[in-house]
Ligand binder design. Structure first.
Ligand code: GDP
Ligand code: MG
Length: 454
């Protein structure tokens, strides 16, 4: 089971919890600890993280968030921070990249992946094989280069890596980007360092990236530090993120070593590379497809303002309006009262007029779990989003669907009502198509003044 699945099941217990007390949090925190430790994250980091979750879980709730959402959000934020939420992005237009690293970490594969990645983004890219140590290296890179249709230079007869690079620079003159593949060793040693330094003397790369397999786990920190100190490595590529559960450990280790992870390798093929983005990575591996929605919502809450009755009457009638109205009505009697405020009591289906206070409370809780966009346009609430809202509010998906159904009924009534503005009514009357008196009667006794709002 990978890190993502473990975290997902740990978070699942938070999402499903009915009682939301210290015990529940403690249990969930234990599961998160287990997940992270088995992903080879340093124990101290894990303890720090979970201590933070426990201490902020019962702090004052940010405006509009449920306790459950609050805990999910801080946990998620802390996880993002752990694996490198503040890391910078890979450069968009690098000129020279040198890849270094130990044997079998994925350097040669990554050279071809990067070449494809950057040439797709418009850079005329060439690659140079400076691995003269392993006889098969030349052939491996040459074949990869042909496969992705990228210019390649190498010389299997030359043993001096820096001479190959010197020649390569002449052969591939005028290219936007050159990428050099270097030889590895079994372990970090002086021979490797002096070889890299010699290549650097002629190549003068502004980007020196270390390639590390995800299976390195927290050992990545030692590697990154050693390579950084010896040859000034300034970026990292973590490969085999598809195959190792230790990816979380490798990522957090690089974060601690202040080595930005620019790319991750997610397979053996030239396209199996992606820019590393901690947030995107986590929400994907955790399978929380609509985590973005929750985050958006948390951001919006500070900007939200209460709508005035005029705004409600003038604007679209949407879940947001409905919600704002519920919010404004501190003592929520029944939906009938709200309908009355909106001036459409007479038109509402009976079942809606009888909506209990308890049910209304439930509506409010569910709407608290929606983003502003979703409340504005409830059609956005597809299956995935409904699932998220249900989880966030501790309701069932059916309950969310019921709210949407009731809302839709109410929206229909509202549309009818809004459609009959004064201008339209006048026109209809003029054409003899409508008896305005009758229409108004249909809307109940107070309707006449209500039209003035528009
Ligand atoms: P080098 O010795 O550092 O040049 O490593 P190579 O590029 O030759 O890769 C070593 C092995 O790891 C090869 O079998 C690659 O196919 C494999 N490999 C490299 N990157 C990835 C990756 O992101 N995912 C997977 N699954 N395999 C990879
Ligand atoms: Mg290689």
């Amino acid at each position: 089971m990978g890190l993502g699945e473990k975290l997902r099941s740990a978070m699942e217990s938070l999402r499903k919890a009915t009682a939301f007390d210290k015990e529940t949090i403690k249990e969930a925190v234990k599961e998160i600890q287990r997940a992270l430790i088995s992903a080879d994250v340093e124990v101290q980091l894990v303890l720090d993280l979970t201590k933070k979750i426990e201490s902020s879980a019962f702090k004052e709730l940010p405006k509009g968030l449920t306790r459950r959402e609050h805990v999910l959000k801080i946990t998620y934020d802390l996880l993002v921070e752990l694996i490198g939420g503040t890391m910078q992005k890979a450069p968009e237009k690098p000129k020279r990249i040198l890849l270094v690293g130990l044997y079998g970490q994925g350097k040669t594969t990554s050279v071809s992946k990067l070449a494809k990645y950057y040439s797709k983004r418009g850079l005329k890219t060439g690659i140079i094989c400076a691995d003269s140590y392993r006889p098969a290296a030349f052939e491996q890179l040459k074949q990869l280069a042909e496969k992705i249709n990228i210019s390649f230079y190498g010389n299997p007869k030359e043993k001096n890596a820096s001479k190959i690079v010197e020649q390569g620079l002449k052969e591939l003159k005028g290219f936007d980007l050159l990428i050099v593949d270097s030889a590895g060793r079994d372990a970090f040693n002086e021979e490797l360092v002096s070889e890299i330094k010699a290549i650097e003397k002629v190549f003068k790369a502004e980007e020196k990236w270390l390639v590390l397999g995800a299976d390195m786990g927290q050992l990545a920190k030692k590697q990154a530090t050693a390579f950084h100190n010896a040859v000034g490595v300034n970026g990292v590529i973590i490969t085999r993120m598809d195959g190792s559960a230790k990816g979380g450990g490798a990522l957090s280790a690089c974060n601690i070593a202040k080595s930005p992870v620019y790319f991750i390798g997610t397979g053996e093929k030239p396209d199996d590379i992606e820019e590393f983005d901690a947030q995107r990575f986590l929400s994907r591996v955790m399978g929380y497809g609509d985590l973005q929605g929750l985050l958006e919502k948390a951001k919006e809450l500070s900007e939200e303002h209460e709508l005035s009755p005029e705004e409600i009457m003038q604007g679209e009638f949407n879940l947001e309006t409905f919600y704002q109205q519920l919010k404004a009505t501190k003592k929520m009697g029944s939906i009938g009262k709200i309908a009355e405020m909106l001036g459409m009591k007479m038109q509402l289906p009976k079942e809606m007029l009888e909506t209990t206070e308890e049910k209304l409370e439930g509506f409010k809780v569910m709407m608290d779990s929606m983003t502003k966009q979703e409340k504005k346009n409830p059609d956005l609430l597809n299956h995935k989003r409904i699932e998220r809202v249900a989880k966030g509010s501790g309701k069932t998906e059916n309950q969310v669907r019921e709210l949407l159904k009731q809302f839709k009924q109410m929206q229909k009534v509202f549309k009818k009502f809004k459609g009959l503005d004064e201008e339209k009514l006048e026109k209809m009357q003029k054409n003899g198509k409508m008896d305005i008196g009758k229409v108004l009667q249909g809307f109940g006794p107070k309707k006449k003044q209500k039209f003035k709002i528009r």
